[in-house]
Design a protein around this ligand. Sequence first.
Ligand code: NAD
Length: 364
Amino acid sequence: MKVLEQMQSYGHERVAFHHDAKTGLRAIIAIHSTVLGNALGGTRRWAYASESDALHDVLRLSEGMTYKAAASGLPMGGAKSIIILPNATHQPTEAEARAMGRFVDTFAGKYIAAEDVGVSPQFCDWMAHESKHVMGGNTVSHGGDPSPYTALGCFNSMKACLKHVGKPVDFKNISVAIQGVGATGYRLAKLLREAGAMVYVTDVHVPTVKRAVEELGCVALGNDKNLFAEKVDIVAPCALGGILDERTIAELNCTIVCGTANNQLAHASRDGDAIAKRGILYAPDFISNAGGLIRLAGLYLGMSEATIDAKIEEIESTTQVVLREAGQGSTGAAAVAFAKRKIAAGATKPALQVAGCGSGCGCH
Ligand code: NAD
């Protein structure tokens, strides 16, 4: 697996592996950067095909968190953690969550855990019994489910994309195809429907599609239909990462790709260039889906509700700046360059407190 070599190539500071004999928990915490401050990033529970797939996932996700925090103007670093499940149907338990909470606590506040795929506010609260460095719960920790804020940020990012391609931003005659109408996709569909957009949806979980059709008036695309080839204004990936590859990029029939999923480009540089060459506007994922991080990090840092709302609103102007800076080139590369500039500028400021949480951080 060559862990250190991979850390070096991604630029990670620290990667820790953990096995809890009592519960069988197997987990990894990856801290990509603490240059700008403590690092907040969700915990993903997933049944990976192999340990190297798991490591690859946590390394890529945590690198993305560094760029997401920096591009959002947050004084935070980037990290992520994963729990390697023995199988896809493995149910979360309090014992598993508490074991993970104890692992999180060994970082003494440099890493702050929260939700990601497979982790609920309840799971966060269970983890928080063992560590005060957890956000995203409703009782023991706080912040709750960040997905409504992620969806709102993505909606704001879509407005910037529409402006960029010269389309009206009122969504009235805009069609959007959403892959995955779970926590973020459903809320994005709701915002789009309320604004008057035509929304097509797919989801591997049939009752989830049914809910979007019945409650929001979305149109279901059968699972035999290829969402990426649909002739729509916007394709919104809100399920899995790595879905923009040579094949799907060649098939795209839309003007814009803008969704909530992390790491949408299967291969960041190759696929970022390929989508730009096709003349399709790709909204960089870590800019568009930063709303949830802004919400939880904002609460952790002690920001007011008004400041947090304004920062989620700012996703529109940040998207606009990055799209402009990209010109005809890769918007993904432009977004990374934008974030790296922010990190370089922040690195020259006095160091932030890294361990524990200071008064006013909001995580007590
Ligand atoms: P979720 O699990 O609630 O929803 C994902 C949905 O996608 C589920 O309904 C699932 O059935 C569906 N799905 C899975 N595979 C699919 C496929 N092949 N085709 C169609 N549908 C499929 O997850 P979520 O919280 O909405 O997160 C979705 C994505 O957004 C993830 O990549 C996540 O990392 C990213 N993200 C989420 C947040 C957040 O606040 N929740 C923040 C930033 C990024």
